[in-house]
Design a protein around this ligand. Structure first.
Ligand SMILES: Nc1ncnc2c1ncn2[C@@H]1O[C@H](COP(=O)(O)OP(=O)(O)OP(=O)(O)O)[C@@H](O)[C@H]1O
Length: 360
């Protein structure tokens, strides 16, 4: 039988500071063993949401449940230490005067031998057994982070809350520690709510992403769905650079220099924005002033002149000034191709990879 009760559920959580509502009707649930990322720009209310779940901040309205039981609502309040929630924050430092083993055992009670067994088990999981008797100042940042993970997991929390836990680590190390952390969390079956402002981190870690803006959840779903079926321009732009082409709708279609785009359900005369990621703009050569023939998949190509081309390693980012209106469009192309400024090329837009949104 699948487990149907969410490990963590929050319903209509609200919180204001000085009359400004910074978290508005936030609802989500996390199943055991699932990682949900609260993703959004700085100040959108992610940490406040996490703090309310941890119990270090109280909500104005809404409820927080664990395994179907109320932890906090307008009548009840379970104190933080009784919530069985683990915390891992970027600046959640280890205790400097305690050894690695003592740090990990800090939240444990029960017989010493049992505590020691749990400490050894977790340190082995995070590959830190050889540092068991060392002190935090002997460890690198990544090693400290692994011990912090072991410490947070030691009392077997039902839910783990993580606020930008990897942002103090350099890029290469961060990927490694993220993957390892994820493996350990999955093994333990903990439900994880992770706050980040980095889309790459959310895509890498999350089973579900809750994209936040201005205190509200704008869109929630599997990373694949959020990336490929974004609700609006903000949701597209949060994950990558975007190009925007404007058009006006007539008969559920909008006419542009790149051909027609479908705009189903948009009334005649309304303005739409066609949003396209740089990697989904196709490029073709100029053949004496002519480009490739139109196709249903790519529409009509339009000509632009290379303004700048930057080599980025795996790909090059090429900036074009379009002949038809002087606007700038950006395309990424495989790094084998680095066109010179001044070169005319033809750009086309993949119909299955662009998004058409009504303006306003
Ligand atoms: N204790 C507080 N008193 C007053 N305002 C607060 C308090 N805590 C948070 N805020 C405000 O609430 C808003 C949301 O803050 P929050 O820290 O939740 O955002 P965030 O999305 O986590 O951002 P960041 O990634 O920068 O931490 C911000 O405008 C912040 O200044």
């Amino acid at each position: 039988m699948p487990e149907l009760t969410p490990r963590l559920e929050i319903r209509d959580l609200c919180r204001s500071f000085a009359g400004v509502e910074v978290v508005r009707n936030v609802s989500l649930s996390v199943m055991p063993g699932q990682v949900t990322c609260l993703l959004g720009p700085s100040g959108c209310g992610k940490s406040t949401t996490l703090r309310m779940i941890a119990g270090v901040e109280t909500q104005d309205r809404g409820s927080i449940l664990m395994d179907g039981k109320v932890l906090a609502d307008d009548r009840q309040f379970t104190p933080p230490e009784a919530r069985r929630i683990g915390l891992m924050f970027q600046d959640f430092a280890l205790f400097p005067h305690l050894s690695v083993a003592e740090n990990v055992a800090f939240g444990l009670d029960g017989p010493k031998a049992q505590q020691r067994a749990r400490v050894e088990e977790l340190l082995a999981r995070v590959e830190m057994s050889r540092h068991i008797d060392n002190y935090p100042h002997h460890l690198s940042g990544g090693e400290q982070q692994r011990v912090a993970l072991a410490r947070a997991l030691a009392p077997r929390p039902r839910v783990m809350l993580m606020d930008e836990p990897f942002s103090g680590l350099d890029n290469r190390l961060r990927d490694e520690i993220r993957d390892q952390t994820l493996d350990v969390l999955k093994d333990e079956g903990t439900a994880v709510l992770l706050v980040t402002h980095e889309p790459d981190e959310a895509m890498r870690m999350a089973d579900e992403i809750a994209l936040m803006r201005g205190g509200e959840i704008l869109q929630q779903g599997a990373p694949y769905n959020i990336y490929n079926a974004p609700r609006d321009k903000f949701a597209v732009a949060f994950f990558s650079d975007i190009n925007v082409i404007r058009g006006r709708v007539q008969g559920a279609l909008t006419e542009t220099p790149f051909g027609q785009f479908l705009a189903p359900g948009v009334p005649d005369g309304a303005e739409v924005e066609i949003v396209i990621r740089p990697q989904h703009i196709g490029i073709d050569f100029d053949r004496e002033g002519r480009g490739p023939l139109p196709t249903p998949q790519q529409g009509t190509p339009a000509r632009g002149v290379v303004q700048r081309a930057r080599f980025m390693g795996n790909e090059s980012l090429v900036e074009f000034r379009m002949d038809h209106d002087g606007s700038i469009l950006r395309a990424t192309v495989p790094n084998v191709f680095l066109p010179r400024p001044g070169k005319p090329l033809w750009l086309s837009i993949r119909r299955d990879r662009c998004f058409v949104f009504p303006v306003g």
